[in-house]
Design a protein around this ligand. Structure first.
Ligand SMILES: CC(=O)N[C@H]1[C@@H](OP(=O)(O)O)O[C@H](CO)[C@@H](O)[C@@H]1O
Length: 546
């Protein structure tokens, strides 16, 4: 294993492991806090080469991207696109490889080779990309050094959104069946579908103007590039483009969703249809001002129901027998789940937090729509579904209308980035559906009314003592916590609450919803106090949300 030895020796000299490191493989990839982050990227470079070899030379992707939390300046999120998404089974390797000391690195690599039966002589290819943080340049270099040190071929795509890198990796691995493996290929695939669907649109209520907050992140240059392909069929007004302002600070999807308010920079007026992306372009939420002047959020749940109802109408009209399902997490608003199951009659699955869980589950359906409430999601079409839709569209024995509906499904499929949740692609599909139905935001929002909900964070000594089950909706430890939550929930109309350790921050998250905002706040606060008391809280006790 000279190759391993060489890679380890070189790497440990140039990128020695930091002594102060906190690492975990959480909901969104590797979370890290260290004096020098470079060594982590170097090791991820090594791991992505291993993965490419494991996949018999298929291309792997490595995205250097920041946390959605602007307060965590020293925290970095690293997403391994690994073709589609890092398989959950490989997370243990990532955690292990990143946590061992320099002296154990070689041993750790050998263990992966052995356990996964990797042929080390197979050539490996890794595509890298990064977001706009100044540190990304240095971090990408370390990743590329790691890739090259293990004999991997690296292709650096520079600045991309996370979903763009996923798309490119997928195009390469499918031998361009999915599209052309370039940024231009990406814009061209998505926008051709958008223009095709919207070419005859005649709307009176829907107006093509959209106001988009880009979180001062990498989507800003990308949306500018996209606009050139849209021929003014969608007017996009850009805010928070990074020319001033800090990444995700007082802007972006997370800020808008959690704070239930517009981002800084947008002076929200009635009649404006707005959207907020997150920093690396994989989440989107919409918002607008209601007639009564209230701020209204159209979050991932609302986007999911919009997509599912649209696709389900098309499937019904096409006569195709395809099972369409929706995947959510415990954070989905109770009203959305009720609406989907009882009114739309679409099956719903609930999985643990983190897009990797939703993505995998969506594969159980012919058409699987998945979204986290925070706006992270997409739609997957099974191979069989794609085949039957394509067949139907070209079956001349069928009437023209039926063939046309199948054609519309194909166009929608081409607009969707099926590799991962993608703010750009989701935005194009939302706009298409609103135009198709000639809907305003109010029309879209009227499907169901969200129950008031609230999110709290509680600091605890050790968040790993809290264990959950039932897709994180119940705790099994510490003893007594679930019983306490059950009792509190019973005291509120439509009361629902759960707690789980965050996978991206060093906190416990508390979620509560109830019939009124005041009750949701009270329930979250009371549950927060129980977490503080029973799970060894530290620092200030939770406060009643304002
Ligand atoms: C309540 C919430 O929004 N949790 C987010 C957040 O994870 P936590 O494990 O809750 O810290 O970040 C993840 C990555 O972006 C995202 O997948 C997830 O939905």
């Amino acid at each position: 294993m000279d190759l391993l030895k060489g890679a380890v020796e070189k790497g440990c000299q140039q990128y020695p492991r930091s002594l102060q490191t906190i690492l975990s493989y959480g909901t969104a990839g590797i979370r890290m806090r260290a004096d020098n982050l470079d060594y982590i990227l170097y090791r991820m470079g090594l791991l992505s080469v291993m993965f490419s070899k494991f996949r018999k030379g298929q291309v792997t992707g490595l995205m250097v991207t920041a946390s959605h939390n602007p307060a965590e300046d020293n925290g970095v999120k690293l997403i391994d696109t690994m073709g589609e998404m890092m398989p959950i089974a490989w997370e243990k390797h990532a955690t292990q490889l990143l946590n061992v000391g320099d002296d154990k690195l070689e041993f750790s690599l050998e263990a992966i080779v052995k356990e996964e039966g990797i042929d080390i002589n197979i050539p490996a290819v890794v595509c890298t990309a990064m977001d706009t943080r100044p540190s990304s340049v240095q971090l990408s270099k370390a990743a590329v050094d790691g890739i090259n040190a293990l004999g991997g071929e690296s292709h650096n795509y520079g600045l991309l959104t996370t979903p763009q890198l996923h798309y490119i990796v997928c195009c390469i691995n499918t031998k361009e069946q999915y599209g052309l493996p370039t940024e231009e290929g990406y814009y061209s695939k998505l926008t051709s579908a958008f223009l095709k669907f919207n070419k005859d649109k005649r709307t009176s209520k829907y107006l093509p103007g959209l106001h988009v907050d880009l979180a001062n992140g990498v989507s800003a240059p990308k949306i500018k590039a996209l606009k050139a392909y849209l021929n003014d069929s969608l007017e996009i007004n850009i805010y928070n483009d990074g020319s001033s302002g800090k990444l995700n600070y007082e802007c972006g999807a997370d800020f808008v969703k959690v704070g239930q308010c517009p981002p800084s920079g947008i002076d929200l007026q009635q009649g404006m249809r707005c959207a907020s992306f997150d920093g690396d372009g994989d989440r989107i939420v919409y918002f607008y001002k209601k007639k009564d002047g209230q701020f209204a959020l159209l979050d991932g749940d609302k986007i999911a129901t919009l997509f599912a109802s649209f696709l389900s109408d098309l499937v019904k009209a096409s006569g195709l027998k395809l099972n369409l399902g929706l995947v959510q997490t415990a954070y989905a608003n109770g009203s959305s789940t009720k609406y989907i199951t009882e009114i739309m009659k679409v099956p719903v699955a609930c999985v643990p937090t983190g897009v990797k869980h939703l993505h995998h589950k969506a594969g159980d359906f012919d058409i699987g729509v998945y979204f986290e409430a925070n706006g992270h999601g997409t739609v997957l079409f099974s191979d069989a579904a794609q085949k039957s839709i394509l067949q139907q569209a070209s079956d001349n024995s069928l009437d023209k209308d039926t063939r046309e509906v199948a054609g519309q499904l194909i166009t929608a499929m081409n607009m969707i980035n099926q590799t991962v949740g993608d703010a750009i692609s989701d935005m194009l599909l939302v706009e298409t559906i609103l135009a198709y139905r000639d809907w305003t935001c109010e029309d879209w929002d009227s499907a169901y009314t969200d129950l008031p909900s609230v999110l709290l964070k509680v600091k605890v000594e050790d968040r790993t003592i809290v264990k959950t089950t039932d897709a994180e909706r119940k705790t099994t430890s510490p003893p007594g916590l679930q019983e306490a939550i059950d009792q509190l929930m019973a005291g509120y109309k439509f009361g629902r609450a759960f707690v789980r350790p965050s996978g991206t921050e060093d906190v416990m998250r508390v979620y509560a919803e109830a019939d009124t905002k005041e009750n949701a706040n009270k329930l979250a606060y009371e549950v927060g106090l129980q977490v503080y008391d029973l799970a060894r809280g530290i620092g200030d006790k939770p406060q009643l949300p304002a």
